[in-house]
Design a protein around this ligand. Structure first.
Ligand code: SF4
Length: 287
């Protein structure tokens, strides 16, 4: 009788003394999202080695990353220095022009991002120390290991609150917060990682200065977990079947659609190319 732990493709096999092998599948929100969008993209992202060449940077992603870095930098400062002007200046510190049409366009959006961050800090109590910033959380729950990087974890009273910054075009609603599988998995992972109660999630939308919040129940978390487990079982079965000699085209079919316009692997995917023209790298910026 022995215990063996093996890690293959993000899976831990734990063989108990008298139990059947029990697979805990590593699940991140991005892995689930890619699986739901397109299985071929999943294969190219997580399985094909060497990884097929990716497309270049996207301007909206650059902007999102800069805003996240500026806010992280702000909380690294002593509380009395976390002013709106300092926050806006941090956008300049972290700025990159990657993905923008030209310098002129980049400067317009740099100013816009600085305005978002300035107004966010002016309207938010930023004097409390977060429990986590860009914090990696990971914990076994059910049949998966839920993990990912959380933008910010606050402690309010005895409870942790999961905070996710958003910089997309559209304001977010309570339904978005309630329906976010990513946030629910972060709750499950954070409460185990940090050993504190956690039920509340918040989407902080910088462009509109709005917060969409939701307080999970054990039932709503269980529903999210069950869906994540289902997807994890599906992709793990496909991975295992591929490793056993299965046909990659059958196991990981292309799902052509609108997303092919901005897919990072479009250049390696004739099916995606046939769906229509590629978007310009700055096409997903707000007008
Ligand atoms: S281009 Fe479209 S079909 Fe091809 S991998 Fe990307 S999302 Fe899938």
């Amino acid at each position: 009788m022995s215990v063996r732990v093996r890690t293959v493709c993000g899976v831990q096999d734990q063989l108990g003394f008298d139990s059947m092998p029990k697979k805990l599948i590593k699940v991140t929100p991005s892995r689930l999202g890619v699986w739901a969008d397109c299985r071929l993209r999943f294969r190219m992202t997580y399985l094909d080695r060497p990884t097929p060449p990716r497309g270049g940077p996207w301007a909206h992603s650059t902007m999102g990353a800069v805003v996240h870095n500026a806010l992280k930098g702000l909380f690294d400062l002593p509380a009395d220095q976390r002013t709106p002007d300092r926050a806006a200046a941090l956008v300049g510190t972290h700025w990159k022009d990657d993905g923008f049409a030209d310098r002129e366009q980049a400067m317009v959006f740099r100013e816009r991002a600085a305005g978002w961050v300035h107004d966010y800090v002016r309207g938010t109590d930023v004097t409390e120390e977060p429990v986590g910033l860009e914090r990696w959380v990971s914990a076994p729950v059910g049949t998966i290991i839920a993990e990912g990087r959380v933008d910010r974890i606050d402690q309010r009273g005895d409870e942790l609150v999961i905070v996710d910054y958003k910089t997309g075009r559209h304001a977010l609603t309570t339904d978005d917060a309630r329906g976010s599988q990513a946030l629910a998995l972060y709750v499950l992972a954070a409460r185990r990682t940090l050993r504190k109660p956690c039920t509340k999630v918040e989407l902080h939308h910088l462009p509109t200065g709005t917060v969409a919040a939701w307080e999970h129940t054990e039932e709503s978390l269980a529903r999210h977990l069950s869906r994540a487990e289902e997807s994890a079982d599906e992709f793990q079965l496909a991975i295992d079947t591929l490793a056993a000699g299965g046909d990659p085209e059958v196991l990981f079919p292309a799902s052509p659609g609108r997303q092919c316009g901005w897919c990072d692997f479009r250049r390696s995917c004739p099916t995606g190319q046939a769906t229509g023209p590629a978007l310009d790298p700055w096409a997903m910026l707000s007008p």
